[in-house]
Structures are given as structure tokens and as C-alpha cells.
Design a protein around this ligand. Structure first.
Ligand code: XLS
Ligand code: CA
Ligand code: CA
Length: 438
């Protein structure tokens, strides 16, 4: 029996199960670093990394861009064939999870009844294939940004009728999620924002968004959704200004509206770049707030100001991300989703495999190195030392809230002359390289 799923037809015939062969292998269709069974600090790589494949980029997108038609022709013709191709791919590659938008997997329709009916049938199709392969749903979401009706937003639309229409998609997506055993549910507000404040009541729109999210939460909990609701920040594109700019903005919004108990964040590396932050900055902000939910591991391009959704290949960047993830005890019910697409001119079907293999190997390397750095504890010792003055005496009293501003002034007045303390950045960066290339 083949160790991968095949429906009525095989969609990736030249490719078998992708196996781990180690760094000296010259088999392009093998993992060089990702060994799913390898134990890293008591847990397999598979359990640490919780990789997911994205339905939309891999099985829907065709390479088209604003200047040209699609270059990639998919052989699947309907919902069932697409699901067969997707699960064949997941099971050959070995990503234990997948993610989808309602209308990636299911056919859209103007009639709500037809849309819901399609989605119910699609859910059965997906469930069958989940059961056949053991591949699980990391998250799904509703695409309430592509259809022209959402041109002014979904939950922040100035027209209540559109907001209600968006609710039908979110409700149906939560229904599907619960049937499929989804571990999270995502909101990405691509058109929740504005293009000019001259026609926008921002306060009203933000209150509507919060109210809408609260209703989605209440409905989800009512039907038995136990996972995390996730908000995915992005500062712009397609909207000029998106309300969920970055982690700090989203966390403030969730707290202001009392949503921080049920909602966490889904951090995308590419969106961090667009927000003018680093990937590890965005992760760290969430981690420190106890709100790191999941990760879209695709990167942007430092020279482009748009969302290139490329597969991650930069081990240094992935390493800094994994250091944050391991530091907070792992991804929990989240995962590393490749919300990434092959380039427009990568037109062979095996390119999709190379892309994912590269991304998975990149994070496998990052995991091993991050684990070593954390276990060695050298960087942690250095960091702790930097803050040593808060561990005793007046520094400790300050941290414990026992000092007033006058106390601080009096302490400073009687303190001995202050000597400079170096941050040692260059040395630390050298140590990082030593770990990477040891
Ligand atoms: C777009 C977003 C989107 C979300 C899911 O930039 O990354 O794909 O992840 O709607
Ligand atoms: Ca993106
Ligand atoms: Ca994303």
C-alpha cells in the first residue's frame, strides 16, 4: 500500500512520499534537515513545528498578478478533485496540518442557501480525506475580502447589510471548523480599514469590528469550538490602512474590547516586514502578552513594499523566531503555516514540493539551533546579567513597586559614579554564528 493518499487520480505522479535523507543526500525531493521523528528536547520535530500547508496558494492561485494572467494550470476541475490533489500533496509531503478559506475549498455562490449547501458538502469531502490521511485542520477562515461586495470592508463596512452578509460566511466557517475539529479559527481583516478618513468614522468601525468578533466568539463557543480565535495583523495591502496594523495594535484593541481571553494572534513574517518590524519582534510582543497563537511562516522581500508571500529560506530569521517560540514553551495549538506561493515562473508541479521542502528544512535547522542556544543558556546568562541591578537592593524594591519617584531621586543622589556597561551586540552576533555553523 502506498504511504500517501491517492483519490481517483494521482495529481503529482512523479513524486512519492518525501523522506528524510540527511544533509548529504543529493535527492532534491528529500528532506535534508527535517526528520519528523527526531527528538529535540523531549519532543519530535513534527510536534514542535506543526507544519501546515495553505489551500489557497497551493491549490487555487495560478500565478496571475496585476500585470499578467495565470501561468500555472491546475488539472483539478471541481471541489472533490481539488481536495484529492490537496490531500495527496499533504500526505506525500508530510505536513500534519492544513488551512483554508471557505471559498478556497468550497464553491462560492451569490445565493446564501447555495453557498451554505456547497460548504456543507465540501466539509464532508474534507472530513473524509482527513480521516483517510490523519491530516488535521490547523485553522480555517472566511474570505470576506475578495468579493466586490466587500470593497468597503466586512465587519467595518459602513453598510449594515454587508456586515450581516459577512456574518453568514463566518458562521458557516465556524460550523465547518467544529465538524472538522479545527484547532484555531482565523480572522484576517484585509479590507477592515480605510482609504481616507474624510469618509470614515473610525471609532464606529472599530466598535463594529469588536462587536462582530464578540458575536463570532459567542457563536463558536455555543457550538462547541474549543480552540483559539486568532487575529492576523497586517498594516496595509489591499487596504491603505488596515486596522490590525501590528501585534501591539491588535493586543491593545482586544484588551480594550474585553476579547483578550478568547483571542490570540496569528503572526505572519511577511506582515511583520510590511509593518516595519522584524518577525521576532512581532512574535515577542505576542509572547510577552501571553497571546502568541500561531504563525504564518512565509517571508517578504526586503526590497519590495508588498506581500510577496515567499517560502522561508533564511535560517537566521527563522532561528530568531524559533528562539521566541521555544522560550514560551512552543506553539501550543498553533502551528507553522506556509501561507506562501511559488513564484509566477515556477510552473512545474514539483516546484510546490521543492518550495515546501525548503521551508520545512529551514525551520528544522532553526529549531535545532534554537534548542541548543536555549539549553546552553549562555545568551540567557548574558541577558540576565544586563538586568542584574534589578535583582537586589533598591532595584528590586523598584520592581516590587516599593519605591516612589522621590525615593529614586534620593537613591541617585547618594549613588557612586555610574560606569558604562556595554550591550555587547557584536559579540553576541558572533556567538550566534558560532551556533549556526558549528
Ligand atoms: C493575506 C493574509 C491571508 C490570511 C488568511 O495577506 O496573509 O492570506 O493569512 O486570510
Ligand atoms: Ca501575506
Ligand atoms: Ca497569512
Amino acid at each position: 500500500m502506498a504511504d500517501y493518499y491517492r483519490g481517483n487520480k494521482e495529481y503529482f505522479p512523479g513524486v512519492g512520499k518525501i523522506k528524510f535523507e540527511g544533509k548529504d543526500s543529493d535527492n532534491d525531493l528529500a528532506f535534508k534537515f527535517y526528520d519528523e521523528n527526531k527528538i529535540i528536547s523531549g519532543k519530535t520535530m513534527k510536534k514542535h513545528l506543526r507544519f501546515a500547508t495553505a489551500y489557497w496558494h497551493s491549490f487555487c492561485a495560478d500565478g496571475s498578478d496585476p500585470f499578467g494572467n495565470g501561468t500555472i494550470r491546475h488539472p483539478w476541475k471541481n471541489t472533490e478533485e481539488k481536495a484529492d490533489a490537496a490531500f495527496e500533496f499533504f500526505s506525500k509531503l508530510g505536513t500534519p496540518y492544513y488551512c483554508f478559506h471557505d471559498i478556497d475549498a468550497s464553491e462560492d455562490a451569490d445565493s446564501i442557501a447555495e453557498y451554505e449547501d456547497n460548504y456543507k458538502k465540501t466539509t464532508e469531502i474534507l472530513l473524509e480525506r482527513q480521516n483517510a490521511t490523519g491530516v488535521k485542520l490547523l485553522w480555517n477562515t472566511a474570505n470576506v475580502f475578495s468579493h466586490p461586495r466587500y470593497m468597503n470592508g466586512a465587519s467595518t463596512n459602513p453598510d449594515f447589510r454587508i456586515l450581516a452578509r459577512a456574518a453568514t460566511q463566518v458562521k458557516a466557517s465556524l460550523d465547518a471548523n467544529v465538524i472538522l475539529g479545527g484547532e484555531n479559527y482565523v480572522f484576517w481583516g484585509g479590507r477592515e480599514g480605510y482609504s481616507t478618513l474624510l469618509n470614515t468614522n473610525m471609532k464606529k468601525e472599530l466598535n463594529h469590528m469588536a462587536q462582530f468578533l464578540a458575536l463570532a466568539r459567542d457563536y463558536g463557543r455555543k457550538i462547541g469550538f474549543k480552540g483559539s480565535f486568532l487575529i492576523e495583523p497586517k498594516p496595509m495591502e489591499p487596504t491603505k490602512h488596515q486596522y490590525d496594523v501590528d501585534s501591539a495594535t491588535v493586543i491593545g484593541f482586544l484588551k480594550e474590547h474585553g476579547l483578550d481571553k478568547d483571542f490570540k494572534l496569528n503572526i505572519e513574517a511577511n506582515h511583520a516586514t510590511l509593518a516595519g518590524h522584524s518577525f521576532d519582534h512581532e512574535l515577542r510582543v505576542c509572547a510577552d502578552a501571553g497571546m502568541l497563537g500561531s504563525v504564518d511562516a512565509n517571508r517578504g522581500d526586503p526590497q519590495n513594499g508588498w506581500d510577496t508571500d515567499q517560502f522561508p529560506t533564511d535560517v537566521y530569521d527563522a532561528l530568531k523566531a524559533m528562539m521566541v517560540i521555544l522560550d514560551v514553551g512552543g506553539l501550543g495549538t498553533g502551528g507553522l503555516n506556509f501561507d506562501a506561493k511559488v513564484r509566477r515562473n515556477s510552473t512545474d508541479s514539483d516546484d510546490l514540493f521543492y518550495a515546501h521542502i525548503g521551508g520545512m528544512d529551514t525551520f528544522a535547522c532553526a529549531l535545532e539551533i534554537a534548542d541548543k542556544i536555549i539549553r546552553d543558556g549562555k545568551l540567557k546568562t548574558r541577558m540576565d546579567k544586563r538586568y542584574e541591578s534589578f535583582t537586589f537592593g533598591k532595584g528590586l524594591e523598584f520592581e516590587q513597586g516599593k519605591m516612589t519617584l522621590e525615593n529614586l531621586r534620593d537613591y541617585a543622589l547618594h549613588d557612586s559614579p555610574i560606569s558604562q556597561v556595554s550591550g555587547k551586540q557584536e559579540l553576541i552576533e558572533n556567538i550566534m554564528n558560532q551556533y549556526m555553523f558549528a
